[in-house]
Design a protein around this ligand. Sequence first.
Ligand code: MN
Length: 295
Amino acid sequence: MRRCDLWGFPFDGAATLGWPGARYAPAKVRAALSWMKMRLEEGRIFSTEEDRILDVGADLLRDRGDVDVVPHDLVTSLDLCSAAVSDSVRSGSVPIVVGGDDSQLFATVRGFHDAVEGSVALIHFDAHLDLLDESREQGRYSQSSGMRRCLELERLSPERSMQVAVRNFNFPSSDEVAKESGLGRMTAAEFHSLGTHDAVAKIATRIRGADHVVFSFDIDAVDPAFAPGAGAHEPGGLTSRQALDAVRMLAPRCSGFAVAEVNPMTDVGDVTSTLAAYLVWSFAVYGAPDASPSS
Ligand SMILES: [Mn+2]
């Protein structure tokens, strides 16, 4: 039975452009998760989505606590996040990281990458490209450079990776980096016009052949109407329905997951941290071997 490790990364010191506050997300997401775990009966849970009972095991999601971040030290905090992810992977568990700002993107992928052999593909749901290089304002590691740093990892495969739900405007230089690297892209508009089923099929085709797949979900991939508690607002995003279905369908193909930029300081009635908790729980439940979705 596949087991997942939940790690909180209560750090927003790299929220150098967006709104800080994501440090409060792990506690909020855990509180919402407790309502979901409650529905397990002897390791089984009923999926209303698929009208079937899923045997996922009572020990599906083990809470490993929070990464012991150092609030004034970004690099040390990212190193500790990577070490936590590596520890889970090496012990045979599937790491799930709840951020924290999106500096966790690089920390999570690096921790996974360094604990496995072979190629690593990345499914990156985000309104933004996160391809900025070092700058005076944001330094080398920030919520805006995670994908750029991931491209520097030796066995990260851009040809097998895809950025999904990107929208509106970004830097011309970031577009050039993406195209030169071979990174795939699906805009939020394309996701909408394809529909969830075909959009997920396209992502699945993209990642095929990779030895490992990590799925990182910046909550701003979802429209601010559904997820106001984010680090920045980009209108025109995915619906919560599309996000949940995409995670449900992709989970069996992925062996690591992260949710970033959930911001309780800008949230309304905890709707965003609740959505984040459902993304985490859906990833854990539908990724269990006996629960592969019948999409
Ligand atoms: Mn973003």
